[in-house]
Design a protein around this ligand. Structure first.
Ligand SMILES: C[S@@+](CC[C@H](N)C(=O)[O-])C[C@H]1O[C@@H](n2cnc3c(N)ncnc32)[C@H](O)[C@@H]1O
Length: 472
């Protein structure tokens, strides 16, 4: 995303969204009397800074500074838009802040830039430090975007993994976050901001044609794709984008309008915790929402003699993170005991349906819901090595082969529905279960006494389980 000319030609969405946000939320900014100083962080080519931001500032401006980490962007912006009051400079908002900038601005803005930054605390602290007493800031940050899922999916493909490296660095730190509003709000308050207001908006953009879509993808693409593979990359990108149902086509004709929807995933865990608290909490037992793959609250660290987890850890792709958090939850000498799925053909069933024309729109991002050990030759060794490298001692890991026989089809359906991770519309649920049932039968997971699905069936679900134990 270093090519200023390319970005300049393809930033229609950014211009539209910044304008809408300033029109709708800009009224909440308290403008000081008199001439003001303004900084725009991650200004890119400078178009938004000069043609959208500046035009929506009611005061007269003493100094408007655009800053960006990219020299190319800054050079382009200076050539196109600099004048006596407007200038552009290179600045990494995630780095050390030059002293001469501290406390220098009445207002700080940033549009579509802070989502590129992994160390959010540093960037937000720098923004706080840029502001003068009583100064205000206003940001637009991408939290969840299906393009980030496409980066992840392509980064795992044999064809693109050489070029799509270090993929998590380019994914918004809020992409997988259940409650980005709360997270940003808490962080800003902890830094010292007051009157904090954070809102999460759902946005849709309709591209006039495939070329416009490709333009956006290329102009913000953070990966070094060789020139001769670019067209191929864009097509694969588009196909995955369509497969994960991020694109809503008027027809299957790719030259038609493309509607892109930015969805938020729904959080079931809060409902689980509410149910558990309502049914089982007492003086000694309580339930809380916690993402074991996320940041561990300090008050939980070193707090437990024992940590157990049953049938959870196979849902987690960042195994090191989860196991490190479990380690950190334990007191010295504390022990953990963990049971999770390594391999089951049910995961193959998900994969097969996710490739079918009928279900691919609903079985989105299927690999996220497949145990990271499903295709692994030696899961015992892998888990053992990881636990030891984290610091666990007395590590014992075993992989057990298990089979469960369901008495009838309803019991199998009940089981599959209760652990189904995909958002299948209510009216398609029965159909989905039947198709999954057929795939499972083809995979010989299910043994039917007769081929008649209404007749008695004997469904044996074979799976391998990891049982792991370790001490801090
Ligand atoms: C999508 S562009 C947005 C540009 C402009 N704000 C707009 O809305 O059109 C994101 C910009 O953030 C810049 N950026 C990324 N990381 C940055 C950092 N650490 N410090 C400053 N700018 C950064 C990129 O170079 C890029 O120009």
């Amino acid at each position: 995303m270093n090519n200023a000319e390319l970005y300049h030609r393809n930033n229609t969405i950014q211009k539209r969204d910044v304008l809408q946000c300033l029109e709708e939320y800009g009224k909440r900014i308290k403008w000081k009397n008199g001439r003001i100083t303004v900084i725009d962080i991650g200004c890119g080519d400078g178009t938004v800074t000069t043609s959208i931001l500046k035009e929506n500032i009611p005061n007269s401006i003493e100094r408007l500074v655009g800053c960006d980490i990219s020299k190319n962007m800054v050079q382009f912006a200076n050539e196109q838009y600099a004048n006596d009051h407007i200038s552009f400079m290179v600045l990494d908002i995630e780095g050390d802040l030059p002293n001469e900038l501290r406390g220098n601005f009445d207002y700080a803005f940033s549009f579509f830039a802070l989502n590129w930054i992994q160390n959010q605390e540093v960037a937000f602290t720098n923004i706080y430090d840029l502001l003068s007493e009583g100064g205000e800031c206003f940001f637009v940050i991408v939290s969840h975007q299906p393009m980030f899922d496409v980066y992840r999916i392509l980064s795992r493909s044999t064809k693109w993994k050489l070029w799509i490296k270090d993929v998590e660095r380019f994914i918004s730190p809020y992409h997988d976050c259940q409650d980005p509003e709360k997270k940003v709000e808490q962080m800003m308050m902890a830094i010292g901001f007051t009157s904090v207001e954070v809102e999460c908006l759902q946005k849709t953009y309709v591209y006039p044609n495939l070329d416009a879509f490709k333009g956006t993808v290329t102009s913000i693409n953070p990966f070094e794709i060789p020139k001769d593979l670019e067209e191929d990359y864009l097509l694969d990108f588009y196909n995955v984008f369509r497969d994960i149902h991020a694109v809503d086509h008027a027809s299957s004709d790719v030259d038609g309008p493309i509607k892109v929807t930015f969805n938020y995933s729904c959080d079931k865990s809060e409902k689980m915790i509410k149910y558990a608290n309502e049914h089982y909490a007492n003086d000694h037992t309580s339930f809380m929402v916690l993402d074991i793959e996320g940041d561990l609250p300090n008050e939980l660290r070193g707090n437990f003699d024992h940590a157990f987890s049953f049938f959870v850890l196979h849902w987690i792709q960042h195994q090191e993170m989860a196991f490190t958090n479990i380690y950190d939850l334990l007191k010295i000498e504390g022990e953990c005991f963990l049971v999770f799925v390594a391999h089951t053909l049910l995961f193959e069933g998900y994969r097969i349906l996710s490739r079918s024309t009928r279900w691919k729109f609903w079985l989105i991002d299927v690999e996220r819901f497949i145990s990271p050990y499903h295709d692994c030759q030696d899961p015992e060794k892998k888990v053992k090595q990881m636990m030891k490298s984290i610091g666990f001692t007395s590590v014992e890991v075993e992989c057990l082969q298990k089979a469960f026989i369901f008495p009838d089809l309803d019991a199998l359906k009940g089981f599959v529905t209760s652990i189904n991770p995909f958002q299948i519309p209510k009216d398609l649920e029965e159909d989905y279960l039947l198709d999954l049932f057929n795939v499972l039968r083809d995979l010989r997971i299910i043994d039917c006494a007769s081929s008649n699905v209404d007749g008695p069936i004997k469904a044996t679900l074979n799976h391998s389980l990891i049982v792991a134990k370790g001490r801090k």
